[in-house]
Structure formats: structure tokens, C-alpha cells
Ligand binder design. Sequence first.
Ligand code: FAD
Length: 231
Amino acid sequence: AGKRALIVFAHQEPLRSFNGALKEAAVQALSKQGCQVEVSDLYASTFNPVATRADIVGDLKGTECFRYGEESAAAWEKGTLSQDIVNEQKKVQDADLVIFQFPLYWFSMPAIMKGWMDRVLTRGFAYGFPQFYEGGPFTKKKALISITTGGMESMYGPTGVNGDINVILWPMQQGMLHFCGFQVLAPQISWSPSFMPEEGRKGLVAMWEQRLASVWQEKTLKFAPLELFDP
Ligand code: FAD
């Protein structure tokens, strides 16, 4: 009770899709615990995923060559980022847990979700130098990736035809979430819902709901500590 969760959701069908079902199950399961749940439905809100100069309202810092990283960091400091970014950042700031719900697209996340990462996780707000990994701004927050796949689990094992799913998850879990300091929880992988009977799919939704009932007690994934890094 008293906790706040944000679900960043990327599926074109908010209710009828399997991703929609998982999102709704998460809203239910977390609300039942007295948790305040916010959903950022990226397609429904036609979230703009493209990082451009228009993300900076007002004067730019540099004049000759536009550098998104530097300009967006300066704009974050001055409070001159565009309103859609500011709104998402406020939701992240308020959240104790952030869940990213999406179908696996090309061994990665849908472009709209990647664009959310590119635009919302601004330097200064989400990381700095040296404020990253366990020194990152979000060390008190938990995050997890909940994906669905087309391929079956056996295709994503270490000797599977697609290669180990952990390799696919690494850029997201290490490069995005842990980099910003999040305590990363184990991914929720709903394998191949389109190719299983209805009962199996219902089971996947129920398992997710059940997991969320004790999500706050979960151990976080372990990553290599920063002290091992020797430049
Ligand atoms: P849906 O098609 O919405 O749902 C699956 C089934 O579940 C449907 O029959 C639906 O009616 C049913 N359902 C909905 N709600 C419930 C409920 N509450 N209870 C029970 N059943 C329910 N896959 C890979 O493995 N690797 C890739 O690299 C990859 N790249 C892709 C790239 C693109 C551009 C696209 C479009 C797809 C790609 N896929 C890939 C496949 C994709 O990941 C899957 O199609 C997706 O994960 C399926 O999830 P969904 O929510 O869209 O399923």
C-alpha cells in the first residue's frame, strides 16, 4: 500500500491483445494491493518517438552542430524540454516500480517504446557522469520488462535457433534500466501466446497476476558492480 507503479505500454490494441490483457492484469493486481497505478499507453497517446530539436523549447545551447544529448541535458536543467517529455518524466519520478509491457519486435522493443527511452531518459534526469549504474538517479526504484514473443521458448535458449533471450534483454536491462540506476527485477516473458491454446494463455495471465502479488519482495537481478570497472 502507498506504492506507485507506472506501466509503459506499447501495443496498438489496449484491451483485446494479449499485451493488453497482461497490462490490464497488472493494473488489477497492483491496484488490489492499494498501489496507485498509472499507464502510459504510447500508441493511444500517439507518443512521438523521434528525438529531434523540437524536443527543446526555446533557445539552443550550440549554434553550429545540433547535439541531441547536450541540448536535451541543458534543456532538462533549464526546464525547457517539450511538455510530452516533462509529463513522462514526472510519471517516472513519482513511480516506485516501472513496468515496460510490449511485444518483442525484431529481437528488440517496438520503435515507439525505444523512442520513449531515447526522449524521456534525458541526461541529468535519468543518468549523468558519474551518476550511472548503482550511482544512477533511480536506485530507489524498481523496473521490469514484460514481453511477449512470437517464437517459442526453445528457440531462445542458449542453443536455440534465435540465440539466448538474455542476449536480447541485455541492452534493455543493463544498457537502459540498470544504467539509470533502477533495481531491475527478473523479466516476465510470455512465450508465444499466439501459438498456444486459450487455456495456456489464461495460465500466462494468471501467473503474471500472481507474481505481481509479491513483486515488492522480489530480489533484484545482479549486475557487475561498477568497482570492477578499471578504465
Ligand atoms: P495477440 O495476437 O494480441 O494475442 C495472441 C492471442 O491471445 C490471440 O488469440 C488473442 O485473442 C489472445 N488473447 C488476448 N487476450 C487474452 C486473454 N485475456 N486471455 C487469453 N487469450 C487472450 N516475435 C519474436 O519472437 N521475435 C521477433 O523478433 C519478433 N519481431 C516482430 C516484429 C514485428 C514488427 C512484429 C509485428 C512481430 C514480431 N514478433 C516477433 C512477433 C510478436 O512478438 C508477437 O506477435 C507478439 O508478441 C504477440 O503478442 P500480442 O499481444 O500481439 O498477441
